[in-house]
Design a binder for this molecule. Structure first.
Ligand SMILES: *[C@@H]1O[C@H](CO)[C@@H](O)[C@H](O)[C@H]1NC(C)=O
Ligand SMILES: *[C@@H]1O[C@H](CO)[C@@H](O)[C@H](O)[C@H]1NC(C)=O
Ligand SMILES: *[C@@H]1O[C@H](CO)[C@@H](O)[C@H](O)[C@H]1NC(C)=O
Ligand SMILES: *[C@@H]1O[C@H](CO)[C@@H](O)[C@H](O)[C@H]1NC(C)=O
Ligand SMILES: *[C@@H]1O[C@H](CO)[C@@H](O)[C@H](O)[C@H]1NC(C)=O
Length: 346
């Protein structure tokens, strides 16, 4: 069983572009009893504290070994696994040879911002994934390469995001910043022309970030201190499908009349706020979460303006439980408007 589990884990870790090689797991079966730490047949070096599987000469596994300093990194390496250690510093000198890295996984270490070199990541022009979540960073590391697509910085102590830190990242599609202490991102997100998913939940934001990335599909803002949304903030993000703003401080006053009346939205989560009315939403919205607010009235006009054979709400899920209304407050003509709703909870 353990062997199977280990193998499954390994499969999950192996970059898919390598999976086309002839039996990529041969090293696993063959190296039993000969030690994992041998150099590959081409004589590639490997630091003693890491594993460099001979049949994956471009991957180096140093995860979960109690490391406190960076190992030396042979220049051939593309995939470097350093997660679950106790590394605090990444000096520029540790990374001089690491110019070919594509994945650098350093989550669950003790990285401190003042111990990260100004140029530590700058020369990695092929870097695609950088995982730095669950560390002790107070800002986004400087000079990150523009090649990044997936940057994970959640569960650190980052307070501020400034434009210079993100301004070259045209290819970034995923940015995890959740569970930090960010109070402000200014206009820094605007530069992220390819960003599809932004998770900045669990921070200290007071407003929705201005200048959202134009390709954004998913915006996660829950568990902040947001009390208002800007009037036309969705006009600039036509691809946006999912907005999660549960556990904020939203009141009716903070939501301009048409703020959420946009086509394209599939899911809107405004649960655990302080709303007293159901905000106006587009007939194209499919899932609306409003539980645990202070809603006192069921306003059918929030969903349908006119109702006829082709004008009705596409809403499928509507949660209103934990508010100040009951089933009796839902007018009977609602069934005409909310004809696709399979779940209405009050
Ligand atoms: C970089 O590579 C050179 C040549 O292989 C080697 O001597 C040096 O120790 C390496 N430095 C680091 C920090 O890995
Ligand atoms: C994080 O940084 C703070 C202050 O810089 C320090 O007191 C704390 O010990 C660090 N935590 C870890 C887990 O390294
Ligand atoms: C961004 O991606 C494109 C297409 O894959 C690539 O040609 C370009 O070099 C990348 N940009 C950077 C800065 O790596
Ligand atoms: C909601 O938006 C649509 C499309 O922009 C518009 O036609 C409609 O009048 C708006 N609804 C209300 C009640 O303002
Ligand atoms: C209702 O549907 C008709 C098409 O049958 C359309 O012309 C009209 O603009 C719709 N009205 C509203 C308010 O959406």
């Amino acid at each position: 069983m353990r062997g199977v589990a280990a193998l499954l884990l390994l499969v999950a870790l192996v970059p898919s572009c390598l999976s086309q090689e002839r039996d990529p797991f041969a090293w696993l079966y063959n190296s039993r009893g000969h030690g994992f730490l041998q150099a590959d047949s081409a004589g590639g070096e490997c630091p003693a504290e890491c594993d460099c599987p001979p049949t994956f000469p471009v991957a180096m596994y140093c995860d979960g070994r109690g490391l406190t300093v960076m190992p030396s990194i042979p220049a051939r390496m593309k995939y470097l696994y350093l997660q679950n250690n106790a590394i605090r510093a990444v000096p520029d000198s540790a990374m001089v040879n690491a110019t070919n890295l594509v994945w650098l996984l350093m989550q669950h270490n003790q990285l401190a911002s003042d111990a990260i070199g100004e140029q530590a990541f700058a020369k990695m022009q092929r870097l695609d994934r950088l995982y730095l979540h669950h560390n002790n960073l107070t800002r986004i590391p400087p000079n990150l390469p523009g090649s990044l697509r997936d940057l994970r910085l959640n569960h650190n102590r980052i307070e501020k995001v400034i434009p210079a830190e993100l301004d070259r990242m045209d290819n970034l599609t995923i940015l995890y910043l959740h569970d930090n202490v960010v109070t402000d991102v200014g206009t820094s997100l605007k530069a992220l022309k390819s960003l599809i998913l932004l998770d900045i939940s669990g921070n200290h934001l007071k407003t929705v970030p201005q200048a959202l990335p134009v390709e954004l599909h998913q915006l996660y803002l829950e568990s902040n201190s947001i009390d208002t949304v800007p009037e036309d903030f969705l006009a600039h993000v036509p691809q946006l499908q999912y907005i999660r703003m549960a556990h904020n401080q939203l009141t009716d006053k903070g939501i301009p009349h048409n703020a959420f009346n946009v086509t394209g939205l599939v899911e809107l989560d405004l649960s655990f706020n302080k709303l007293e009315r159901i905000p106006l939403v587009s007939t194209t919205l499919q899932h609306l979460y409003l539980q645990a607010n202070q809603i006192k009235e069921f306003t059918l006009g929030s969903f349908c303006n006119v109702v006829d054979v082709s004008n009705f709400s596409k809403l499928r899920t509507l949660r209103l439980d934990g508010n100040e209304i009951s089933r009796h407050d839902i007018p009977t003509e609602s069934s005409q408007c909310l004809r696709q709703a399979s779940t209405i909870e009050v």
